[in-house]
Design a protein around this ligand. Sequence first.
Ligand code: NAD
Ligand code: USQ
Length: 398
Amino acid sequence: MRVAVLGGDGFCGWPAALHLSANGHDVSIVDSLVRRRADEELGVQSLTPIASLADRVAAWQEVTGRQISTVEFDVAHDYDALVAFLDDTRPDAVVHFAEQRSAPYSMKTPWHKRYTVDNNLNATNNLLVALIELGLETHVIHLGSMGVYGYETVPVDLPEGYLTVSYPDRNGEMRSRDILYPTNPGSVYHMSKSLDQLLFQFYGRNDDMRITDLHQGIVWGTQTDETELDPRLINRFDYDGDYGTVLNRFIIEAAIGYPLTVHGTGGQTRAFINIRDTVKCIRIAVESGDQVTGRVRVMNQMTETHRVSELAELVADTLGAEINMVANPRQEADANELVVRNDHLLGLGLDPITLDSGLLVTEADLARKYGDRIDQSRIPAKSYWNSNRRSAVEGSSD
Ligand code: NAD
Ligand code: USQ
């Protein structure tokens, strides 16, 4: 299939593009390279040394003989370039990763809040409008977030996108219908994913579009079978307080002897998926596009749930580390329960990699290998959700 990967230079997009290419798909990458500029803005670099996008695809061709084309433009703001690209490539599927994806980055300042909403919503809206303008029947696969459901304890296993509700009509007769699961985002970033859902619901219905929204959990790990083929193909590995996600941060922290940074009580329970499973899920979503008819297909792209404090203990026990309970810069519940359905992807053949697979040690080895690239001053999370959280952190003795 012809597959366009928007955001194909990023942490999930790059290995997904390689995995699709390795499996015989004709892949084109679009990226504005804004994520590399965010590293410059934040004064931090990926733990792993990442090659330029041009060098990456040249290496891929050298190693495998497979070609991936690339084009650089801003999907959110260069609508004409997007239309020209889609008209030229006429993809069977577009995988849309091209959004600002960090919750802490989205909460840093008014500029970061406005940038995240502007970038994420315009990227999604532009893509949908461009496909409609061109009359293409392209399957759109979007990377959404488990965070759209919110992280309060609820008495149900989180369903895949829709909730069946029953209510009395005006004559008192019971009715039943499926609604989008009530959204309850915990950051401006997560809110942008909640709003994306409405764009999909509207255009899906109005223009009969085929759309899959993947509600992905926190991705951990770095390398995949394809990125391991050559050092120039290595994936990025974020560890800083803005872009580093919890498990990858714990792995790096343990690897360099930095106490694990557990926020608050560590009672937050979250959904996780290894990057090797992310790329498989993307391929599965692409290759099962003909199953998408009618309403937006929502699949929960996660394989296991863990409480942050228990993750820290597991990492400490496996890799050897101290644990430091730090004041939480985020406005979030101290603790929550989380049970998630992921029947769709399991039914389509996903065979999950779980934390007990031994990959923790492999990842820690990688972190140690590049440990001298770490700037420890960039580890503490310093994006505060509101002034109360700032006071709590700045007033704490951590
Ligand atoms: P990333 O920041 O590493 O990659 C995103 C890529 O998109 C970057 O290369 C960036 O330059 C590009 N981009 C951003 N805005 C763009 C624009 N307007 N035009 C063109 N390119 C643009 O992030 P990631 O971790 O690879 O995440 C990819 C997607 O997956 C995001 O939408 C994110 O919300 C979602 N997701 C990520 C995780 C995770 O743990 N990393 C978990 C769940 C969902
Ligand atoms: N946390 C710590 N210590 C740390 C970092 C984080 O205790 O050093 C805690 C946070 O307070 C939070 C939890 O770990 O309770 C998860 O934080 P995270 O940064 O790992 O994940 P999050 O901000 O939710 O965002 C990440 C990705 C985002 C994706 C989301 C999936 O950056 O793109 O959408 O995971 S989910 O969380 O399922 O919504």
